[in-house]
Design a protein around this ligand. Sequence first.
Ligand code: ZN
Length: 151
Amino acid sequence: MGENFLMNTNTWKHIVVSFINTIGDVAKGTFYRAGLETGREFVKNYKINEKNLDKVNEIFSQMNWGKIKIDLKKLHIVIDNSFEAKAIEKSKECSCYFLKGFVAGLLSTILNKDLKAEEVKCKSKGDKYCEFKLSKTAEWYERVSKILEEV
Ligand SMILES: [Zn+2]
């Protein structure tokens, strides 16, 4: 299950910024991937299911990751005071790359569906909180292939 350890938000910022400066924007996808795996493991390790979602927020506050609100029906997640947004402080774009992957892994595993996440609001961008919308990857591929057929 691994062990928890404390990390300063400045350390997270150095990790993210160093990765992006070294390998470019592809680093953002790497953080998403790492978040996805962590989200999947989180559900298994803490035995999260549709009925005990409050546990996710309890663990989030213990780890100082922020306050998370999950709407399973709408595939919608809000995180107040995300540690990633706090770390990045100011950005022109949504910058919770890890948490975006994390919520995708979290809900994909709980619902046993293949979901992808988009961050539509981010505190680092000046929004009040971070907001994530999830959708089925299959639907997304269908939409893209329809568009490509029409071209
Ligand atoms: Zn954010």
